[in-house]
Design a protein around this ligand. Structure first.
Ligand code: NAD
Length: 328
């Protein structure tokens, strides 16, 4: 049966489409291109420009293509924007997911994989967070995702559908074969921003906060290579198809790196000592967010192939360097 990928023209979704097509799956992509690019969608997939929350559109696609599973990446992802415009996030993340789920249930879709986030944990503290840690999202973005997780649990209890909610930590890197990467010009991810600075496309990189209670005073995050992340989705899809029960899993390596360590790595990989500016902490930024990552390895047999900051940075830098030619 076919797989419907929402947001398949975006950063992570385009990598998922590559991996599903590589595995011989029949893939339909729905994306409204608010931040994605049609050229990022693998030509082996069928691309439909439209809204993931459009129940009529999705209902027709399910009926016409025999869709058995949905992998739902579509959404809005910028945390500060969610504070300034919360209704956009409750609309495009929570309400659109509600409509997508309604179409899925009506059309008899059996499995649903959802892009959740470590932002559901909020101020995580200095020790790694497990799936059972307290859920205290600090932003409308995190709450819009947590509400969707709750909705999924209720829907799966009432209808014959199973789901996996994957809580991503900091996704970074690019397809090792150079077929996709993070392409949004205004992306705020640190590794992308630093790669842009190394290539002379920004004049500096800001470090927000140098007085956190971390080894070098800068924020610590768990960076996961996008190719390992989508491999976890593929394993999860296989697990659900074999009859596995609904599950919520962290997606991280369980290894944190500080902002300074990331900047040093980008400088080393690029050979460019770009400027860095120290700035105040941003409100609500936790000192450290690192996954407890054993559950996903045990349940799915997930074994990361691209862990390590150097490899993540190298692939992101190569992608950034090649991007202008792609976008022409
Ligand atoms: N990038 C990260 O580090 C990270 C971390 C945690 C969670 N996530 C989640 O992963 C998912 C994908 O993130 P990304 O980094 O690839 O972002 P992205 O902006 O590159 O991709 C999102 C895609 O969804 C599309 N889209 C948005 N709203 C839509 C709608 N209503 N209908 C159809 N298409 C729509 C966009 O055009 C884009 O192609 C998001 O749900 C995000 O919340 C990302």
């Amino acid at each position: 049966m076919s797989v419907l990928v929402t947001g398949g023209a975006g950063y992570i979704g385009s990598h998922m489409v590559l991996q599903l097509c590589d595995a011989g799956e029949d893939v339909i992509v729905v994306d409204n291109l608010v931040t994605g690019f049609d050229w990022a969608v693998d030509k082996r997939a069928t691309f439909v420009r439209g809204d993931a929350g459009d129940m009529d559109l999705v209902g027709d696609l399910i009926a016409q293509n025999g869709i058995g599973s949905i992998v739902h990446f579509a959404g809005s992802i910028v945390v500060p924007e969610s504070v300034a415009d919360p209704l956009k996030y409750y609309g495009n993340n929570t309400a659109a997911s509600r409509n997508l789920l309604a179409a899925a249930v009506k059309g008899g879709v059996r499995h649903f994989i959802f892009s959740s986030t470590a932002a559901v944990y909020g101020m995580a503290g200095l020790t790694p967070v497990g799936e059972d840690s307290r859920l205290e999202p600090m932003s409308p973005y995190g709450r819009s995702k947590l509400m969707t997780e709750m909705m999924l649990a209720d829907v799966a209890a009432a209808h014959p559908i199973t789901y996996g909610a994957l809580r991503y930590f900091n996704v970074a890197g690019a397809d090792p074969a150079g077929r996709s990467g993070q392409s949004t010009p205004a992306a705020t991810h640190l590794i992308k921003v630093a790669a842009q600075a190394a290539l002379g496309r920004r004049d500096h990189v800001d470090i927000f906060g140098t007085d956190f209670p971390t080894p070098d005073g800068t924020g610590v995050r768990d960076y996961i290579h996008v190719t390992d992340l989508v491999a976890a989705h593929a394993l999860l899809l296989g697990y659900l198809r074999r009859g596995g029960a609904s599950v919520t899993l962290n997606c991280g390596y369980g290894q944190g790196y500080s902002v300074r360590q990331v900047i040093d790595t980008v400088r080393r990989v690029s050979g460019v000592s770009f400027a860095v500016r120290e700035a105040a902490r941003r409100p609500g930024d936790p000192a450290s967010v690192v996954a407890r990552a054993d559950r996903i390895r045990e349940l799915l047999g997930w074994t990361p192939q691209h862990a390590g900051l150097e490899e993540i940075v190298q692939s992101a830098y190569e992608w950034e360097r090649a991007l202008p030619a792609r976008q022409r």
